[in-house]
Write a protein that binds this ligand. Sequence first.
Ligand SMILES: Cc1cc2nc3c(=O)[nH]c(=O)nc-3n(C[C@H](O)[C@H](O)[C@H](O)COP(=O)(O)O)c2cc1C
Length: 188
Amino acid sequence: MKVLGVLGSPRIKGNSDILLDRALAGAGDSGAETEKIVLARKNISGCLDCRKCNETGVCAVKDDMLEIHEKILFADAVIHSVPVYFWSMTAQMKAYLDRWCALFDAKWQWQEQYIVRMLGKKIGLITVCGAPDVSITDPVVHCFKTLSDFTGMNWLGSVQASAAEKGEIEKNEDAGRMAFDLGKKAAS
Ligand SMILES: Cc1cc2nc3c(=O)[nH]c(=O)nc-3n(C[C@H](O)[C@H](O)[C@H](O)COP(=O)(O)O)c2cc1C
């Protein structure tokens, strides 16, 4: 069992990083092997819509996303963690997500060679906003949950939390516990 954590915040040891670590600790507690990818430390360009991947399943943009595609394919579960930036996700996470395009064919179905690995793969989300009302994170949940539903993945659920200052989320024990439980669910 392998659980991959993908951090979309550029703020290392920030709120979404802390909650992702809690989730990976939960997964590890359940016996999973875990790995964290920090997107801000990677070189990931946006999708070019060149459609070369529709034929090959391999992205024509040769950057760090190619090795991340492999890690997604071989993980049993992927947990994303990202703050809200301007009522949406961060640029780092959006570039990463758009590059999932290479895993699909022209009809937005999994490439034949990836169907077995991607159908039913567990996917979850942690998202943090600075505003007190966590419904500000709903648009980010919508993106990931719709991706999951549309593509036949296995939606683990989301943790939606509020914290503004770096590390402030440490005070929110409920969010920490929910993230831990999300990780346990990913590993089950
Ligand atoms: C560029 C930028 C845009 C932001 N936009 C929003 C926003 O639209 N709504 C909100 O509630 N918080 C917003 N925030 C606040 C962050 O979501 C909040 O500080 C969060 O805790 C950051 O998470 P992190 O520590 O994981 O990076 C924004 C922060 C930055 C830097």
